[in-house]
Design a protein around this ligand. Structure first.
Ligand code: CMC
Length: 371
């Protein structure tokens, strides 16, 4: 029996599994997309521009951006058969299950030819599927994008009928940009494993969605909002955090494998949340509640909030239903997934690790009647 050469820590913590040129997060609280600090991108770039950067490794010219944006919009029409499948799943279905099933079915229904066209089709349709992942299984008519609005504003109008101000739309676009890519997160690694078997982008995206469903990854933004709604009052933050720690419960929206001091995306979103409330002239209880729980967690556990913690109240203010928060994550992250798919395929080696067998050996087979 040949032995594995290396034994890695549980959860591959601290292990670099590949070289990548797409993005990098680091424990000092930095994050770069293709070499650009996230704060630089957040201050200057739009969603499509950032998606082009993440996918192609450089910022687009005006004409490249136009072609990319039109390419996405022209592929946003979802075949009726996909909506029929979503409807058939019924109103009790989890939105991520609905999107995952739809993307999987898209692999059979889509007639795109090249890998790049298939990827654009998935990227474009994912936001339509995300926005309709509750409506259609409930029997409501699907909502579609409107020409000329742009990816982020379009997704927002499909998600909620609530009218958003220009600033609110700008903030939503930033949050989508933050959700777009994050180096070797669980779902991107999953996508790379599937890509390494030479499966198509539909298979890889469906697998990414499966991995995103869990509360330790994509599901955390919904759980964080439910927690905030549950605590309600900033003066109850200390008691709440104490009892969670005492019960050994994890607070969703806190902690990160890489960011141990702070998550730069959460820090930016916290500022946006404050500004949204100020610009609206609304009561700032939600902001004070977030801040109070954050302070208590830091004081007691030295664990900072992550993106999900501050994305959730932003989505809430925008009037988006809580079960649609993880679908939004998916609609943005799919661009990162496709960048990882391409990078994996370009320099492919089947991802097939080894394991250390710690079970029994040499057992004698017992016939069923003798067990
Ligand atoms: N609440 C309470 N304690 C926590 C939390 C938390 N949210 N996160 C970590 N800890 C504690 C954990 O109990 C452990 O304590 P001890 O050493 O005493 O056992 C210590 O911190 C280290 O935690 P870990 O789970 O071993 O750290 P990790 O790097 O494996 O976990 C994590 C990272 C994100 C899975 C974890 O922090 C977590 O479960 N957070 C809550 C879920 C969440 O918000 N997920 C979204 C992550 S960011 C978006 C994304 O990339 O998907």
């Amino acid at each position: 029996m040949t032995e594995a050469q290396y034994k890695v820590p549980k959860g591959l913590a601290g292990v670099s599994v590949t070289d990548t040129r797409i993005s990098k997060s680091a424990s000092d609280g930095s994050l770069v997309y293709r070499g650009y600090p996230i704060s630089e991108i957040a201050a200057n770039a739009g969603f499509e521009e950032t998606a082009y950067l993440v996918l192609n490794g450089r910022l687009p010219t005006r004409s490249e951006l136009g072609t990319f944006t039109r390419g996405l919009l022209s592929r946003s029409k979802v075949d009726r058969r996909i909506f029929d499948i979503m409807r058939g799943l019924g109103k009790g279905s989890h939105p991520i299950d609905v999107i995952r099933t739809a993307v999987s079915a898209l692999g059979s229904v889509d007639d795109e030819r090249t890998v790049q066209e298939k990827e654009m089709s998935i990227e474009s349709k994912m936001s339509v599927l995300a926005a309709n992942s509750r409506r259609v299984p409930r029997g409501e008519a699907p909502r579609g994008p409107k020409e000329g609005l742009g990816f982020a504003a379009d997704l927002l109008q499909m998600l909620t009928p609530k009218e958003a101000s220009d600033f609110d739309r700008w903030v939503f676009e930033r949050v989508l940009i933050f959700y777009m890519e994050h180096d070797m997160n669980a779902s991107s690694f999953t996508v790379r494993v599937v890509a390494s078997t030479q499966a198509d982008p539909y298979a890889a995206a469906s697998a990414g969605l499966a991995s995103l469903k869990g509360p330790l990854h994509g599901g955390a933004n919904e759980a964080a909002m439910e927690m905030l709604l549950d605590v309600k009052d900033p003066s109850k933050a200390a008691k709440f955090v104490d009892s969670a720690i005492e019960d050994g419960r994890k607070l969703m929206g806190f902690g990160h494998r890489v960011y141990k001091a702070y998550d730069p995306r959460a820090r930016l979103c916290k500022g946006y949340l404050k500004e949204m409330l100020e610009k609206r002239g609304e009561d700032d209880t939600l902001y004070r509640l977030c801040d109070a729980i954050e302070r208590e967690m830091w004081e007691r556990k030295k664990i900072p909030p992550n993106l999900d913690y501050y994305a959730a109240p932003i989505f809430y203010l925008l009037g988006i239903e809580v079960p649609l928060y993880t679908p939004i994550f998916a609609a943005a992250r799919v661009f990162g997934w496709m960048a990882h798919y391409n990078e994996q395929v370009e320099e492919n080696k089947l991802i097939r690790p080894d394991s250390t067998y710690v079970g029994p050996s040499g057992l004698k087979y017992a016939p069923i009647e003798k067990r």
